[in-house]
Design a protein around this ligand. Structure first.
Ligand SMILES: *Cc1c(COP(=O)(O)O)cnc(C)c1O
Length: 382
């Protein structure tokens, strides 16, 4: 019996069995190395950079969750993205969704462009004709992120992956905002899923981690080779924490996305809010795509307040449950001021050109009682 249901996979997926003591949860094995009984008679593990039992339990569970055959757990989301770049030869051309995560942009532009000669071209992937026109002989990968941050624009994963497949181009989807619970890129034709597990997979704002997942044997082999060679693997403790968090992914996501939908609806009807970006609202320009591609509109809601920075400061100061912080995806509700935090390195003109204003705020909705969250927002907006 092999369930395809996320709630069950999050708990029973992969190879989590503890062969030593049949512990119900995989123990944290910190050993750096494993004793070999004689020459050529090793067990399942030999040296912990290559493989570790705790990481193995977590990685196989994560692979099952995303519908892959292989996952590698890395020290951070950025380490996973850096690993994916190692798949490319020098001088490759990569097409990237415009508005990708700031750290991804920094890695591509400030590092890989110089160290590997890779050329990254930023295109709105919803313009298929523009993507097709941008493809060259050396185009090796299309980097997809959907929904984008902070304005929650979606990309039609299936359409892009079909085009890429015809041209023999790899596709990698940053699925951090959604996880397999909300959308399944591998089933939609993507080759690789990248995750920052620091967000929804961990879910408790208590770890930094990342992963690459694939359903292609030849890619699994390449990624595993690169992982062992580069060595930016997740520690046993972080693998344990992430697996523990992942077990409750279904109930957390259900509640968080449900809360977010109610909050988006509430804010859309509030006079002090001039814009609400949420893919689960019929007013979102890609509402139809959201319904086709995602289970819900997700747990992030981005708003633009009426007023100026003074209004924003007063609003933030009055909030009790929404705490001001970088990051998202935890059980606690958080808010992020895009202009000074995630997009702080851009000039006001650059920011406004992409729709990020001084009064733009990104809400990461937690699992608190919805009535308390609405009351908190009502009070702060008054
Ligand atoms: C946080 C994040 C990352 C980077 O992950 P870290 O775990 O912080 O290294 C990448 N992509 C997205 C969409 C993110 O939100």
């Amino acid at each position: 019996m092999k369930s395809k249901n996320i709630a069950t996979l999050a708990i029973h997926g992969g190879d989590q069995h503890d062969k030593g003591h049949h512990a119900i949860f995989p123990p944290i094995t910190t050993a750096s190395t494993f004793i070999q009984t004689n020459l050529g008679e090793g067990g399942d593990f030999c040296y912990a950079r290559c493989g570790n039992p705790t990481r193995h339990a977590y990685e196989t569970a994560l692979a099952a969750l995303e519908g892959g055959i292989y996952a590698t757990a890395t020290a951070s989301g950025m380490a996973a993205t850096a690993l994916a770049m190692e798949l490319l030869p020098k001088d490759a051309h990569v097409i990237v969704m415009c508005g990708v995560y700031g750290g991804t942009y920094r890695l591509f532009e400030k590092l890989r462009r110089n160290t590997s000669g890779i050329e990254f071209e930023y295109i709105n992937l919803n313009d298929l004709a523009a993507v097709e026109a941008a493809i060259r002989d050396n185009t090796q990968m299309i980097w997809i992120e959907t929904p984008t941050n902070p304005l929650l624009e979606l990309v039609d994963i299936q359409a892009i992956c079909k085009l890429a497949q015809e041209k023999n181009i790899l596709t990698c989807v940053d699925n951090t905002f959604s996880t397999a619970w909300n959308q399944q890129p591998l089933a939609l034709g993507a080759d690789i899923v990248m995750l920052s597990t620091s967000k929804y997979i961990g879910g408790h704002s208590d770890l930094i981690g990342g992963a690459l997942i694939t359903n292609k044997p030849e890619l699994a082999e390449k990624i595993d080779f690169i992982k062992t060679t580069v060595g930016a693997v997740a520690s046993p403790f972080d693998a344990y924490l992430a697996l523990r968090g992942m077990k409750t992914l279904d109930v957390r996501m259900q509640r968080q996305c449900d809360n977010a939908q109610q909050i988006a609806t509430f804010l859309e009807n509030h006079p002090a809010v001039v814009e609400v970006h949420y893919p689960g609202l019929a007013s979102h320009p890609q509402f139809e795509l959201c319904q086709r591609q995602m289970r819900t509109g997700g747990a992030v809601v981005t708003i633009r307040l009426a007023g100026d920075m003074t209004t924003v400061k007063s609003f933030i100061g009055k909030l009790q449950y929404f705490v001001l912080a970088e990051s998202l995806g935890g059980v606690e509700s958080m808010l992020n001021h895009s202009a000074s935090m995630s997009h702080g390195s851009m000039t006001p003109e650059e920011r406004e050109a992409i729709g990020v204003f001084d009064t733009t705020l990104r809400l990461s909705v937690g699992i608190e009682d919805i009535n308390d969250l609405i009351a908190d927002l009502t009070h702060a907006l008054a």
